[in-house]
Design a protein around this ligand. Structure first.
Ligand SMILES: [Zn+2]
Length: 233
């Protein structure tokens, strides 16, 4: 048995297209949105409202999307709080879930996040269980990281039997993900799969059809899709 949830990071201009795709498959994903983002064009107030009106969830992703481990300590709290306030003023709801830019954190950062949020997500992959922490790992990054990365992350995960799945495949990242989903869906234990990525990365790597394939696969196999609030809070 498995539950699946989705998150999309960075508030890029492709988030609207992502939200529409999620809506088409009745999926309530969470969008982690920074207030500004120097790395690329980012969505602003009207688009954030549009995403909310499509039934999606919104989570915090800092003011400027700088990696919190690389900025002066005195700026960390502002990065976290001002973004939370910015988003709450737009959507008129509490923002409870945070995502560390780049997935980078340390105990100092984690403690500040704990003051303002109920849960925080990292960018580590290949985890399939509920983790009641402020450093929640994910299952799949929806991006073709290549087989070396898959093997490395499979080694680091608590599911080494996935090597049997790897051996049976043509070593395609997305086929591997689907095989894991199918494999875990047949187990008696409940697993939680979290898939995340970036709209700009889906666009840059032309992964829209691949993503839609994955959503069709999930629907065809009648896998339960849950909101991030249900999975994590
Ligand atoms: Zn990010």
């Amino acid at each position: 048995m498995i539950n699946i949830s989705f998150s999309w990071d960075d508030g890029s201009i492709y988030d609207i297209r992502l939200a529409k795709l999620m809506l088409k498959y009745s999926i309530k994903a969470i969008f982690f949105i920074p207030t500004t983002n120097m790395e690329q064009p980012y969505i602003k107030k009207p688009e954030i409202k549009e995403i909310i009106n499509m039934g999606m969830e919104i989570g915090g992703h800092t003011h400027s999307h700088k990696y919190l481990t690389t900025i002066p300590k005195k700026n960390i709290e502002y990065e976290i709080v001002s973004n939370k306030e910015y988003l709450e003023n737009i959507i008129h709801k509490d923002i409870d879930i945070f995502c560390y830019p780049g997935g980078f954190y340390n105990p100092y950062i984690e403690n500040i996040v704990k003051k303002y949020y109920k849960r925080a997500r990292s960018a580590n992959t290949m985890r399939f269980n509920i983790q009641n922490t402020f450093t929640t790992d994910t299952s799949f990054h929806f991006y073709d990281r290549g087989i070396k990365s898959i093997i490395k992350n499979t080694f680091l995960s608590d599911k080494k039997e996935f090597f049997d799945i790897i051996k049976s495949l043509n070593l395609n990242t997305f086929e591997y993900y689907k095989n894991i989903i199918f494999y875990l869906s047949k187990k008696d234990t409940l697993y939680n799969i979290h898939i995340w990525g970036h709209g700009w990365e889906i666009e840059e790597n032309n992964l829209w059809a691949e993503l839609e394939n994955m959503l069709k696969f999930i629907k065809d196999n009648k896998i339960t899709i849950v909101t991030n609030k249900i999975m994590y809070l």
